[in-house]
Each structure stands twice: as C-alpha cells, then as structure tokens.
Write a protein that binds this ligand. Structure first.
Ligand code: PLP
Length: 483
C-alpha cells in the first residue's frame, strides 16, 4: 500500500490523469469553438455557489476527472464566442499547456539561482515587447502579477525618481503632498496606488474627459496650475491606453509632450490596449507610448496568455531599480549597475511564477504576427459592431469605439421610461438567460451595456443574435410595465 506522500507524487498517476485531462479540455474547446448552445456562465448566486462547493468537499466520493468536469460546468466559459463580458482573454490553449510546465517546474524566481532559465526568458520577453512598442534600447523592466501590481510598481518608481527627496528612506513627512494627474476614466488600480502610497484622495488630481471619454488635453494646463496652487506636488501624469469602461485611448503624444515640458513622469496604463502598438492598423492609437517613462501591458488581456502576466517597462531601464530602493540604488559602490537578474529587488513578489515562459513559447511557436492578427481582428469586430448598432433604430452606441470595447443601450423610439433602469433590467435578464455574457457600465451617470470582444471566434452573426435577444428581453420588460 502506497503512503499518501507516495500517491501524491506518483508519476504514473500524473501521466494517466494528465492524458485524460487534456482529452477533456480538448473536447471542451471543440464544443466552445462550435458554439454549442450552452450557458456561457453558471447561475450567479454566490451563496448557492459556496454551498455547492462546501457540500462537494464534504462528500467523500472523489474522482479527479469528475471533479474536473464539475469545475468546468460551474465556471465561466471564456472560450465560448458568446462570452463577451469582461476583459478576459480565452488563452491560446498551448500557452495554458506551457503554464502546466511552469507550475510543475515551480522555479521561484526571487533570485536568479531560484529560476535561471525563467529569469533569462523574462528578460528576453521584456526586450521583445519594448522593441515592439518602440521603446529605446535603454528600456528595461519586470514581469509582475497583473496590471494593478504593475501600475503600483511603476508609480512607486515614479515617486522615487520625481519627488525630490529620498522618500524610500525618509517617508512622506515634511514635504509637500504628492499627487498624480489622470482622467476619471482610469482603472481604479491607479487611484489605489496613490492611496497605497499614502497620498489619500487629494493624491489623485482628475483631468476632465471629452465626449469620447478621452482625457481632454486642453485641460492639462489649468488642472496642473490649479493643483499646484492648492499646494500639491504633482509628480506624474497617467495616460489610459485604453480606459477600462469605454476602451477610449487618451491622447498619449500630447500628454507625453506636456509631461516632459512640465517635469512630470509620464506613465501609460496599457494593460488592455497597449498591445495595439504591435499592429500596423491600430498603432496610431498608441502613438506616444514610446515616449512614456513607464508602461504597463497585460499579456493576459490582448496578448492571449492565461492570467496573470504583466510587463512593466521603463524607458530608462535604470528606473526599474527605484521602485523599492533608495535613489540610485541600482548603482553599486563600484559605480557598476546592480545585476538585472535578481528579480525580487524590483518586483512586489518575492517568490514569483515563471511568468515569461508561456509568452516566450507563443512568440517562438507562432511569431510576432499572432499578436497583431489577434488585436486587429478584435478591434475590427468592435468597429463592425458599432456600425451594426448605428443601423438599428432601437439601439444607440455610447460612443464610437477605438477598439474592441463597445458600450451601447436599448432605447426604442417612443420609450418614455428611464433608459438606465431598462438596460440594467435587461442585463439582469441576460445573466439569467446565460446564452451571452455581457456586462454593464456607467457613462456620465447613465447605465450602458458593455461588451469586450476578446474571443477570436466571435462573429457578426453572434452580435446580431445578441441584439435580437436584447430587443426581445427589452420589449418584454416594457410590455410588462405597460400592462
Ligand atoms: C486599463 C486597466 N488597467 C489595469 C487593470 C488591472 O489589471 P489586472 O486585472 O491585471 O490587475 C485593468 C483591468 O481590467 C485595466 O483595464
């Protein structure tokens, strides 16, 4: 009789169960690809879901493959082309397979000796990305676990480089309160980073947006002057590429010039849309990204990798050593640069997953073109969907999308009720129906439906069907109210 430890490490069990799991997942992928009529997400009551898994844990009968099947059925089906809610990519299946390898090798990566190959691969991947978004040779950075951690990592370096004293050692005391400038449309992780750094609400100075929800560059001057007059020491300007809610790209070029003229650090949050810089067709949207002092791009959004892998790039690579260190700590006493290869010195993580490996494998297997083909197709679909919406008399797009995030609402002629309430009700019914997954957002105080077209197999036929379903649900709600 094998001990539990022997069982847990049995290579034969691993081989057998692994083969079965890959078969299960391949069939699952086929079903999704064929758009099998299935709910694209499970029923959404959190307490019922918790009770389900509590019961499951207490049930002593356990069979690994049936657990895998149950987990799949209780999960969101990101690979189904009708799942189009949040910015979650259906990962390229082979990158998920690479992640299995990463998990098993489990080379920790705090220091080079813990993950030699993964450390080198991370560097190669970062240099590949820096080159593709037009950053100079001096660029360097780190991979970290998500865009939120990435924004914090970059803004900590900005703080150290720009605040004028050694804040890492001395803290915030006895100096003017620090702040960053950003539009209201920025992802919450940007404001959260300012709060984590102890700057409170006043640490985020909001620049107004225009009617396309882009930061209004004509308001930069007066917003900065006003913040300075209030005694704030503004150290950085943050651009969205693109914003989370509406997918709008800020005018990065103008912002970069303004930032540098006014001695501000320029950070670009390109977690979702920075990847447009890799395309021919949509790289006009990211023009100016190459001038940024720091850039964040999520590989797990528009670059087909499973969550989480985020690149934090610094135009002047030496700045990447300032995130967690005193000024110029990247220089050793001898005047030579600190070694690049002990990753924990520059990242929030101590132990870190082998983050670059799955990206490296995709680049090597498919080449650069995979990413530009993917982004271009997704952004094209966003534009086509916008045209479809414009052709309907009972739908209105919130604004012309820059990329693959499209916000719209059902608003039939003659409807005199509250359009926001109507669309919020439609969204609830869509969740119950579960043939599509669509989310909701607020734009200037109004509720809109929102899709993020991340799945490369979503087609116009799916979007047509979505509008038919929304129309049916919306008219049903109106009828019920009127009778
Ligand atoms: C623009 C933007 N920045 C940052 C983030 C946070 O990224 P993550 O979810 O990887 O932490 C998001 C997530 O949606 C985002 O859209």
């Amino acid at each position: 009789m094998k001990s539990l430890i022997q069982q847990a490490f049995d290579p034969e069990d691993f081989r057998r169960e692994g083969h079965k799991l890959v078969d299960l997942l391949a069939s699952y992928l086929e079903n999704c690809r064929q758009k099998a009529p299935m709910p694209v997400l499970p029923p959404s009551d959190p307490d019922a879901m918790a009770a389900f898994w509590q019961n499951d844990l207490e049930n002593r009968d356990f069979e690994l493959q049936s657990f895998y099947s149950t987990l799949i059925s209780q999960s969101n089906h990101i690979h189904h082309p009708r799942y189009m809610g949040h910015q979650v990519v259906p990962p390229a299946p082979l990158s998920a397979l690479t992640e299995l390898l990463e998990a098993l090798l489990n080379n920790g990566m705090a220091i080079y000796e813990m993950g030699p190959a993964a450390t080198a691969i991370e560097r190669v991947v970062l240099q590949w990305l820096a080159k593709h978004i037009g950053m100079p040779q001096s660029a360097d950075g780190v991979l970290t676990s998500g865009g939120s951690a990435g924004n914090l990592t970059a803004l900590l370096a900005a703080r150290q480089a720009m605040c004028g004293h050694n804040i890492w050692e001395e803290g915030n005391q006895h100096h003017a309160p620090l702040a960053i400038m950003v539009s209201d449309e920025a992802h919450y992780s940007v404001a959260r980073a300012a709060r984590i750094m102890g700057w409170g609400e006043q640490g985020v100075v909001k620049v107004p947006v225009n009617d396309r929800m882009q930061l209004d560059a004509s308001r930069l001057e007066d917003t900065l002057a006003d913040a300075r007059a209030r005694g704030l020491h503004v150290i950085a300007l943050v651009g969205n590429a693109c914003s989370t809610s509406t997918g709008s790209y800020d005018p990065l070029n103008e912002m970069a010039d303004f930032a540098h003229k006014n001695n501000l650090w320029f950070h670009v949050d390109g977690a979702h849309g920075g990847a447009a810089a890799l395309t021919q067709k949509y790289n006009h949207l990211t023009q100016g990204i190459e001038k940024a002092d720091s850039v964040v791009i999520d590989f797990h959004k528009m670059m087909l990798a499973p969550a989480l892998t985020t690149a934090v790039l610094f135009k002047n690579g030496a700045h990447s050593y300032e995130t967690f260190a005193q000024k110029a700590a990247y220089l050793l006493a001898s005047g030579t640069q600190k070694p690049w290869f002990d990753s924990a010195g520059r990242t929030l993580e101590c132990t870190k997953k082998m983050l670059g490996v799955k990206v490296y494998a995709m680049i090597k297997l498919y080449g650069d073109q995979l990413f530009s083909d993917y982004v271009e197709a997704a952004y094209d679909l966003g534009q086509e969907f916008y045209h479809l919406l414009n052709q309907q008399t009972d739908f209105e797009p919130a604004l012309k999308p820059d990329g693959n995030i499209v916000c719209f609402r059902f608003n039939p002629k003659g409807f005199t009720g509250d359009v926001s309430i109507l669309n919020a009700q439609i969204r609830k019914k869509l969740l119950l129906d579960a043939r599509f997954y669509v989310v909701q957002t607020q734009i200037q105080g109004q509720a809109y439906l929102r899709v993020t077209l991340m799945n490369p197999f979503t087609e116009m036929a799916d979007l047509n069907d979505l509008l038919l379903l929304i129309r049916e649900l919306g008219n049903g709600i109106i009828e019920t109210v009127n009778t």
